[in-house]
Design a binder for this molecule. Structure first.
Ligand SMILES: [Zn+2]
Length: 232
């Protein structure tokens, strides 16, 4: 299942593969899994979602495993953007950012078609699971504002400087209709920017490193991973 549905898996080092398998077992065991809209919850769904989410944790020390996420809802539905999925739940992204505390307790909602598609096609810059779970990491400090908990004041300052600059750069490019590596959706707000940048970091690391070296650096420091090594 990992080899078929999670393209990153084949690129990981042996120790990283082992760590991913360990983490995803904990992840699967600790969450409540709910199939919605007629989706039958299977091991394949659980393994695929858990493995993609746990990619984000591969470099992090400790046993953190999205502890505050209790429930994962999976719909069969195709082609839904995260915002549209959230809208079905009566929550739009702006509200999500404003009410991070409430949303932090809420379920993570996914579309199985999208999860599979993202797992099969490498390097297109999109991954719904990475996007949604980046939001969960962002919310760890009690607010979904685009800044996850950081180690030091120095790291915070660097984060703030780089992220603000890159966010405004994307906003400006989107407004002018210029082509961008980062998805336009990242210009919505700072929370979406972090989630979209995370997708790009894991999906198109070489391009991100080439075109946004500082952004790559900040995410490299935060996730303690270098995905360029995987795809090289
Ligand atoms: Zn989002």
């Amino acid at each position: 299942m990992l080899e078929q549905n999670v393209w990153h898996y084949a690129y990981l080092s042996r120790p990283q593969q082992r760590k991913l398998r360990e983490r995803l077992r904990v992840f699967i065991a600790e969450k409540e899994w709910v199939g919605c809209g007629g989706l039958e919850m299977t091991d394949e769904v659980k393994v695929t979602v858990a493995a993609q989410a746990c990619l984000l944790l591969l470099g992090m020390p400790g046993n953190y495993c999205f502890d505050h996420v209790q429930t994962i809802l999976v719909y069969p539905g195709a082609f839904l953007r995260p915002s549209e999925l959230q809208n079905q739940y009566g929550v739009v992204d702006e509200e999500m950012a404003a009410h991070g505390e409430a949303w932090r307790r809420g379920p993570v909602i996914l579309s199985w078609d999208r999860v599979l598609e993202d797992g099969h096609y490498p390097h297109d810059g999109h991954n719904l699971v990475l996007h949604e779970f980046a939001h969960q990491i962002d919310a760890l400090d009690g607010e979904m504002g685009g800044t996850p908990p950081l180690g030091s004041t120095r790291q915070w300052k660097r984060w703030h400087d780089v992220m603000e600059g890159e966010f405004h750069r994307l906003e400006n490019a989107v407004r002018r209709g210029w082509p961008t590596l980062l998805d336009d959706y990242g210009a919505t707000n700072r929370a979406e920017f972090f989630a979209v940048a995370t997708e790009c970091f894991f999906e198109q690391p070489e391009e991100l490193w080439k075109h946004h070296p500082e952004l790559f650096d900040v995410l490299h420091d935060f996730y303690r991973l270098n995905p360029v090594e995987w795809v090289a």
